[in-house]
Design a protein around this ligand. Sequence first.
Ligand SMILES: *[C@@H]1O[C@H](CO)[C@@H](O)[C@H](O)[C@H]1NC(C)=O
Ligand SMILES: *[C@@H]1O[C@H](CO)[C@@H](O)[C@H](O)[C@H]1NC(C)=O
Ligand SMILES: *[C@@H]1O[C@H](CO)[C@@H](O)[C@H](O)[C@H]1NC(C)=O
Length: 304
Amino acid sequence: MRSALVLSALAGTVLAEHRSLIGRDGTCKPQPAGSGPVASPDSIDGFFAIPELQTLSSTAPTPDGYTAAFTGLNASLNANKYMGLWTLTSYDTIGCASLCDKTTGCEAFNMYSERDPTLDPNASNCPNPASLTNYKCTLWGDFVSESQAKNLGQWRNQFQVVITGSNAYNKVPAPCTVPGYDGPTQLGGAINAPLDSNRHDTYMGVRVYPFNEDQEYDPTVCATACTSQTSYNKGHPAKDGSYQTCRFFNSWIQSKDAVAYEVHCGLYNQTWSPQYATNYGQYSGNSRITVSRSYSYTLSEVVA
Ligand SMILES: *[C@@H]1O[C@H](CO)[C@@H](O)[C@H](O)[C@H]1NC(C)=O
Ligand SMILES: *[C@@H]1O[C@H](CO)[C@@H](O)[C@H](O)[C@H]1NC(C)=O
Ligand SMILES: *[C@@H]1O[C@H](CO)[C@@H](O)[C@H](O)[C@H]1NC(C)=O
């Protein structure tokens, strides 16, 4: 009984989408070029049989800070709290995760390959144009599951949009709280702080610790580094007796070519808000360095 209800609700959703798209005629306007391979001959069966699209999905790395909800489906998500669609130039789970990290409230994402038309299909002039393949990344504000992979594509006039290699990932919970500090505050990248209002540097350096995915991510190591730096400075004051207090730290995981390998702790003598968390990583030679699970913590009580 229950499953029959779910099934009919599901069919209703797909049909509603289908109908709204059938009703919308296109202009034959050329669509932006796709980045993926196209089948030859250009058919639906051919699209599903492109080996590269299956391989991209089955070998895609699970980004640090996420767990796979499903992989390798022929349907994209139709879930709760849609937060946007990005067309990427490659099948890039790491890049899609970074987009989710940068988007406040994003809890999950879906990466997939889609067969789309090269022209906006028009019933009389170009009802079934040649296809292109787009790599798409959608963001969601709630946890997702395989049962929500309900979007099988749609008809646009006589052109059939279909989906393959659909993988989805959920964000793992935030790391623990740390005694003596307020937080964690989730950040979209690592803090890249400007100088303070007096043009003085508030950065007190970075501490780096080895990390691998078998370990628990525990920013307590950063809190210890922050607290010890203050103690050390207190024991080695300037001539006037002053010393720097570590009041804020940013903890994140650094990955190289999708493999998490270090916990980084950026230490500061003042608080910085999430808007300064703009370091998302970079290429270092041929290696892709990425930032994930970035959180900040602020010293609760400043000891004079
Ligand atoms: C589709 O093509 C027909 C015939 O050229 C044209 O009259 C119609 O306006 C087109 N539809 C749209 C939405 O542009
Ligand atoms: C996706 O569709 C293709 C073509 O119909 C089929 O061979 C394949 O088994 C499907 N994969 C899944 C996971 O349903
Ligand atoms: C942080 O350090 C800079 C550079 O030493 C200093 O000028 C500034 O006053 C410090 N800020 C706080 C809040 O202590």
